[in-house]
Design a protein. Structure first.
Length: 135
């Protein structure tokens, strides 16, 4: 019972740090709170997701790794979408397409994901046509 109580307490405190980090998302203090939450309860995927989102907002590719960790810890269909969009933003279109396909499999009803994937497919098609003409 003691271990269960300890885990629940650490998870609750970790969630508190996630909420604090969201309040300060626009500055470094947000990242510090997310990191504290991860330290206190490494099994709480919320802080990994939030830190990953924070890093991606700052243009840091490491954010993808944090969101992938959150995906292993909790089921979150948004994680697939964030990863797909991040790969797209970094110009990694093939990886982006793979993650958009996963996102549509997990949430076939998500119209935004489908629309973004269609745009990506059109861009890839145009890029392939351009490369083919160049030869």
């Amino acid at each position: 019972a003691f271990i269960a109580t300890l885990y629940i307490t650490s998870f609750t405190l970790s969630s508190y740090y996630n909420n604090q980090g969201l309040l300060y998302f626009q500055n470094k203090k947000g990242a510090e709170y997310f990191k504290k939450g991860i330290y206190i309860c490494p099994h709480n995927g919320l802080n990994y997701f939030s830190l990953g989102s924070y890093l991606l907002n700052k243009g840091d590719k490491k954010g993808i790794d944090y969101i992938k960790i959150s995906l292993r810890l909790m089921g979150n269909s948004r994680a697939y979408h964030y990863i797909a969009r991040a790969y797209y933003d970094f110009g990694l279109y093939e990886q982006s397409l793979q993650w958009y396909k996963k996102a549509t499999f997990v949430r076939p009803d998500n119209k935004n994901v489908r629309k973004e994937m269609e745009i990506l497919l059109e861009e890839l098609k145009n890029e392939n046509q351009y490369l083919h003409k160049k030869r």
